[in-house]
Write a protein that binds this ligand. Structure first.
Ligand SMILES: Cc1cc2nc3c(=O)[nH]c(=O)nc-3n(C[C@H](O)[C@H](O)[C@H](O)COP(=O)(O)O)c2cc1C
Length: 322
């Protein structure tokens, strides 16, 4: 995830159990691009012992081929192409999710990259640009190029991050593709993760915002898969996580106010799972100093009760998703 998933963030996730594989932020690829230094550093500094997949975004075939050949020299498990980014600045340039409007172009890009990439080559896609109907046309293109993994974020680009997530289309992909399919979109609890795996028949899950909110989620899903009871953090464990997040993000030369602002970005995810009335997030968004920021965390979370950190609708067992 842009501006989130660097080596420090992966290291922090790993402390809580972590993922089996990590994706980099995407490298922006165009005629004069060079792989971004800070993303290269995340690969070089990966201390989790788990594989890393290098993701690229772009549409210029010679540049994508050049970059893929360069990236595959690094300690990465695969080269991944992003066909899902919904940011207007990206899709209007016909990159990321914007490419889904031009299936023939995807066909050419995948052909060139499949030839150029000698390690595993994977694709992360949404299910269409404007409409889910487009997915039927996209799947045969993914299948044709013998990719090694297809990750499906089952929303259209036009949907951005709104519900529903079309898990039925991930199942369709699992049935149609020879390669493994990874399901992505709106997984926030271990129970829900199992439901998504069952419903989609996917071989794995990619989780984004859910683990910023709760790094315990990785191990909770493992517990659930083993048929064990799921254990939840206590409020004070969450405070500890927020401190660890601060340390992992701390930059000695950035003013305190900037660091607080950066933390608020993470808290937008975590805060949704704290309390029912939104007052935690409301207060956090107004904090300007580190002291005030952590005082608010203490006030809401310094307790020994279970902190589920799940959207209230899931806790109530009324997921509109499934
Ligand atoms: C801040 C942010 C940055 C993201 N950056 C990337 C990215 O660089 N590459 C990518 O494939 N997806 C990116 N995504 C999308 C996520 O990988 C994921 O597909 C999406 O958030 C849905 O999954 P989730 O509900 O588990 O978060 C980003 C999402 C967010 C919220």
């Amino acid at each position: 995830m842009q501006d989130v998933t660097d080596a420090a963030f992966w290291k922090l996730m790993h402390r809580y159990g972590g993922a089996d594989v990590y994706w980099t932020e995407y490298f922006r690829v165009h005629a004069v691009s060079r792989p971004e230094k800070w993303i290269l550093e995340s690969i070089e500094q990966n201390s989790t012992g788990k594989p890393v997949i290098a993701q690229m975004i772009g549409n210029d075939i010679p540049s994508l081929v050049r970059t893929a050949k360069e990236l595959q020299q690094l300690p990465v498990a695969a080269i991944d192409l992003n066909l899902g980014c919904p940011a207007p600045i990206v899709y209007k340039k016909c990159a990321g999710g914007g490419l889904l409007r031009e299936p023939q172009r995807i066909d050419s890009i995948l052909g060139a990259l499949r030839d150029a990439v000698s390690i595993k080559f994977t694709v992360k896609t949404r299910v269409g640009f404007n409409s889910v109907e487009e997915f039927d046309m996209l799947l045969p293109i993914f299948a044709k190029h013998l990719i090694d993994l297809l990750t499906v974020h089952a929303r259209t680009v036009a949907q951005m991050y709104r519900l529903p997530v079309h898990y039925d289309l991930i199942r369709h992909a699992s049935e149609a593709m020879k390669c493994p399919v990874c399901a992505n979109g709106h997984v926030y609890s271990a129970d829900q993760a199992l439901e998504v795996l069952n419903q989609t028949k996917a071989r794995g899950l990619m989780i984004g915002r859910g683990v910023i909110r709760s790094p315990w989620l990785f191990d909770q899903i493992r517990q659930r898969l083993r048929g064990e009871a799921v254990t939840y953090p206590r409020g004070r464990d969450v405070v500890e996580y927020v401190h660890a997040l601060w340390e992992s993000q701390a930059s000695f030369d950035a003013p305190e106010k900037i660091q607080v602002e950066r933390m608020k970005k993470f808290m937008n995810y975590l805060g949704e799972g704290v309390g029912l009335d939104g007052s935690f997030l409301h207060q956090i968004r107004r904090a300007e100093t580190k002291e005030k920021f952590f005082n608010i965390c203490q006030e809401f979370l310094d307790h020994d009760e279970q902190a589920r950190l799940e959207p209230q609708i899931l806790i109530a067992g009324k997921s509109s998703q499934m």
